[in-house]
Design a protein around this ligand. Structure first.
Ligand SMILES: C[S@@+](CC[C@H](N)C(=O)[O-])C[C@H]1O[C@@H](n2cnc3c(N)ncnc32)[C@H](O)[C@@H]1O
Length: 307
């Protein structure tokens, strides 16, 4: 039976838990910084901490995301609370936030909506970086909105939260920018098996994976001001389909960008009209040719960064 820090780390290795994850869990249960562990391999783990530490290591070994065990995940410089009611925010989604900030430029009075906000990651990052803009966030899941509200409260950021499917609860309103990381994994995609700890409705709309992207693209022109932008995250093999959906929804200036791994990850389109600006070409190295690579079936960011 493990009792010291070193023995617990060895036990975690036996279970197949990544060393960094084991250190982070151990540090959390001991109330110490991770750096403390490095010099205290002989220190005893108090009996009171051992039972819950053992449970967490078992859960991590069974695939539970580290963020659910620690209860938090950093996103765009903000430490967010996460629970199993929400998708764990992925680093790839920060691309979407950066792109939105570039499109907003120095506008001070813009109205922005984050559709399917989950724990509030995108909405809160935008509210944090541009305190003068009005940010609304929606989700179908009441439990997710509860987590997002808690994060807004803890971070003292102002976001309006609205419950309901995609554009439905926003009838009669207009936005300068809409941003959405919808569920986009196909229902039969085997990668979903490795993501079973996260809410299925946050990962897949079932079918071909495009239903949510279709609904959001189709409703955008009616809810955007002339010149307003829609930004969508999608799977790397969905670029062709999403550009067609944006064009079919009446949007123009359609563009796709890649993530740091060079995979098509997000696309934007603009409602025709005079108010919008040309999208800033601030990161030309991230722009990709409008050609989809269909060779790799692991098309979703969640599939690659589930922990
Ligand atoms: C991929 S998660 C994105 C969460 C968060 N925006 C992020 O980037 O980490 C998709 C979110 O869309 C929500 N969702 C699923 N179906 C929806 C619908 N029909 N209308 C509104 N939100 C929906 C899910 O509850 C989930 O929070």
């Amino acid at each position: 039976m493990a009792s010291t820090v070193g023995e617990w780390l060895a036990q975690a290795r036996t279970l197949g838990v990544d060393r960094l994850d084991a250190q982070l869990l151990l540090a959390r249960h001991l109330g110490r910084p991770r750096s403390w562990l490095l010099a205290h391999g002989e220190a005893e783990v108090p009996p009171a901490a051992q039972a819950s530490l053992g449970v967490d290591l078992e859960r991590r070994a069974a695939g539970a995301p580290l963020a659910y065990l620690t209860g938090e995940r950093e996103f765009h410089g903000l430490m967010l609370r996460v629970t199993p009611a929400v998708l764990v925010p992925r680093p790839e989604t920060e691309l979407l936030v950066d792109w939105a900030l570039a499109l907003l430029g120095q506008q001070e009075r813009a109205e922005v909506v984050d559709l399917g906000t989950g724990c509030g990651a995108i909405a809160l990052a935008l509210a944090h970086r541009r305190p003068s803009i009005a940010v609304t966030a929606t989700d179908l899941s009441a439990e997710a909105l509860e987590v997002a509200r808690m994060n807004a409260h803890r971070l003292d950021l102002s976001v309006e939260f609205v419950a309901g499917p995609w554009w439905t609860p926003l009838a009669g309103r207009r936005f300068d920018l809409a941003i959405c990381n919808p569920p986009y994994i196909a229902g039969a995609d085997p990668h979903l098996n490795a993501l079973a700890h996260e809410p299925r409705a946050a990962l897949t709309p079932e079918g071909d994976g495009l239903a949510a992207l279709r609904a959001v693209a189709a409703g955008a022109a009616a809810r955007l001001r002339p010149g307003g932008w829609l930004l969508l995250e999608h799977g790397h093999n969905q670029g062709d389909a999403v550009r067609a959906l944006l064009a079919g929804g009446g949007l123009e200036a359609i563009e796709t960008r890649a993530d740091l791994a060079g995979r098509q990850r997000a696309s934007c389109g603009r409602r025709p009209g005079s108010a919008g600006a040309t999208p800033p070409r601030d990161a030309p190295q991230q722009q990709v040719p409008i050609v989809a690579d269909r060779r790799d079936s692991g098309g979703c960011a969640p599939c690659r960064t589930s922990a």
